[in-house]
Design a protein around this ligand. Structure first.
Ligand code: ATP
Ligand code: MG
Length: 266
């Protein structure tokens, strides 16, 4: 999965990252479903250990264009995980109170505690993406945020947070297909948001903003992964595998218990 990690200091050109990549696998539905279910069971076991050990904190950041599949990724990757074991924090248009504070204020309070996995569905990165594309703050304000974000994530990492950031990479054609599906399918129509069409006209500006964010904020302590996401099954497998590998590398241990050998339950 290392091939999808953005090396710190490298310059990202998204046109060089294939959103259709499946690493040579064909993704027969039966096989990929089974594979993902297996990965999710593994994740379930690791989550339990994480909770029991109460040492590490896990932060997963999900960013994508509209219809990019953030919700679907969460649903599928965590299908077998105890709902008590993960928390999703979704970041919408900031409230008046949130806007009266610095941009990290609402984010910091959602970060994981010891033993916890928190998934950011959108994140502080909106503050250098939509905010930039729509000129919601002056240029010099969003420009200095890259450094502020790196420092913030460094603080979290220093205090025991493992951070993984996923950009779900789809292309404009795939978005068109997915938006059209939402319109055509009565059970998906509720998800259709006419505003998404407006954002779509600014695709290339968003790509530029994403390229900058991915280039400037992929660090040793909080790496970005560019996940090929046109094929949903492959996207899910890449994200699940990356999380599992990272959790395994933490070398977590079940907590020591007292000697219960003399105790019998009657
Ligand atoms: P999604 O589209 O991710 O599934 P949703 O449809 O449930 O989410 P929306 O209300 O469409 O919910 O998405 C949240 C909106 O809030 C997005 O358009 C996002 O860009 C915007 N947003 C998030 N953070 C900020 C921010 N800091 N400043 C301005 N807009 C933001
Ligand atoms: Mg939306």
């Amino acid at each position: 999965m290392d091939q999808y990690r953005v090396k710190p200091g490298s310059r990202v050109d998204l046109s060089q990252w294939d959103p259709d990549d499946t690493n040579g696998f064909d993704g027969a539905k039966k096989d990929s479903d089974k594979h993902l279910a297996m990965l999710s069971i593994k994740l379930e076991a690791l989550q339990e250990l994480l909770y029991a050990e109460r040492k590490h904190k896990i932060l997963l950041v999900l960013q994508a264009m509209d219809t990019g599949g953030k919700d679907g990724t969460i649903r599928h990757v965590f299908q077998m995980v105890d709902p008590l074991g993960v928390r999703v924090a979704s970041f919408k248009v900031p409230t008046a109170e949130e806007l009266d504070h610095d941009f990290l204020w609402r984010v910091h309070r959602q970060t994981p505690a010891r033993g916890e996995i928190v998934i950011f569905n959108r994140s502080h990165y909106e503050d250098v993406l939509i905010v930039r594309v729509h000129d919601l703050v002056p240029t010099e304000v969003w420009q200095r945020r890259f450094e502020q974000i790196n420092a913030f994530e460094r603080l979290l990492a220093d205090e025991g947070t493992t951070i993984l950031k996923f950009y779900l990479h789809i292309n404009k054609d795939e978005q068109k297909k997915r938006l059209q599906q939402r319109l055509d399918d009565p059970q998906k129509r509720w998800k259709f948001n006419p505003e998404d069409l407006k954002e779509r006209t600014r695709w290339s500006e968003y790509m530029q903003a994403y390229e900058d964010a991915l280039s400037k904020t992929s660090t040793a302590w909080a790496p970005w992964y560019i996940v090929p996401a046109n094929k949903k099954w492959y996207r899910n497998i890449v994200v699940a595998t990356t999380i599992i590998k990272t959790l395994e590398e933490l070398n977590m241990q079940w907590p020591e218990t007292k000697d219960f050998s003399k105790i019998a339950v009657r």
